[in-house]
Design a binder for this molecule. Structure first.
Ligand code: ROI
Length: 179
């Protein structure tokens, strides 16, 4: 069976990067991420695991607020393109505003890992291309699985895992309760 066919038929464990540094009508970034986790729960076959909550200096223009970041992990029967569409809908429901490239945003949901799938299409690159350069992604990922690898590289051995100056863990995984 081809790799693509296998990914259509089976359940896959996925890791979703979450970020926000703008409020919306229903709350601040922390509340936006809490609501996003509840929405992700509807895409999962089992329980959603959530990392602690991080506050990180912006990567990109520095004249924007710090980001709230976290990672969620769950199993899903959706295909990668279906999951991408579902994440875009959740972003839209949060009233996603994107002011400029690498600028502030209400809600960003990225597929970081999708089972052992490795694809590059115009819409989707999996594993997400920025993972190994971003401590606000690597640190919460490692909380969920300390043995994670990308392209044969253990995330815990990446440079980003050692860069702790511009990031703080502001809450453990109790920052969200899934209802
Ligand atoms: N910077 C931080 N710290 N956290 C993010 O989630 C984030 N997301 C982005 C860019 C603009 C690259 N910078 C970020 O998309």
């Amino acid at each position: 069976m081809s790799l693509v066919a296998k990914h259509l038929l089976t359940k896959n464990r996925v890791y979703i990067g979450m970020g926000s540094n703008l409020s919306n009508d229903s709350g601040d970034s922390r509340q936006i991420l809490q609501q996003a986790v509840c929405a992700l729960n509807t895409l999962a076959t089992g329980t959603v695991q959530v990392s602690g909550l991080y506050l990180s200096k912006p990567m990109g223009p520095q004249d924007q607020p710090d980001y709230f970041n976290a990672v969620a992990a769950f199993e899903t029967t959706l295909s990668a393109p279906e999951l991408l569409i579902a994440l875009q809908q959740i972003e839209q429901q949060a009233g996603r505003i994107r002011v400029r490239r690498w600028g502030e945003r209400t809600l960003d949901l990225d597929i970081l890992l999708f089972g052992d799938l490795s694809i590059t299409t115009p819409e989707l690159t999996i594993p997400h291309s920025g993972v190994l350069q971003r401590n606000f992604v690597v640190m919460p990922l490692l909380e969920l699985d300390a043995q994670l690898q990308i392209g044969g590289m253990l995330l815990k051995d990446s440079a980003a895992a050692q860069q702790t100056a511009d990031i703080g863990r502001i809450a453990d995984s109790c920052w969200v309760t899934i209802s």
